[in-house]
Design a protein around this ligand. Structure first.
Ligand SMILES: [Zn+2]
Length: 117
């Protein structure tokens, strides 16, 4: 591999997704999982890849590392705290980066563990 393609590859690999945060639901849906900071409730959030995920292009392309992104406000059933999530995804809808106000993004494994307790 020559220098230039190495450089290109390492630049691209920055936007590689972290596994475990997304569960596919059919061909047009994914689940992500949020946890409320205030009460600890774990909240599954279904996103339609066709309408809710926005492609990063034009000016948006510079604002985050992902190929797609979503901004979503979620309120759980145990308290009224608004959880504001912005999540970046790669082309396969794996999570690249996330910023969550009043909560955090958790993996499917963490979400499921809590259910069994
Ligand atoms: Zn809560």
């Amino acid at each position: 591999m020559d220098f230039l393609s190495k450089l290109f590859m390492s630049g691209r690999s920055k936007s590689k997704g972290k596994p475990g945060y997304v569960k596919r639901d059919g061909s047009h849906g994914i689940w992500i999982y949020l946890q409320c900071d205030r009460c600890g409730e774990k909240i599954p959030v279904r996103l339609r890849t066709t309408s809710e995920l926005q492609k990063r292009e034009g000016p948006d392309a510079e604002l985050g590392p992902g190929q797609y992104f979503v901004q979503k406000t979620v309120v759980g059933s145990k308290c009224y705290q608004r959880i504001e999530a912005s999540v970046d995804f790669d082309a396969k809808y794996d999570v690249v980066d996330s910023q969550v106000v009043n909560g955090k993004l958790i993996t499917y494994g963490e979400y499921k563990n809590n259910d069994e307790q």
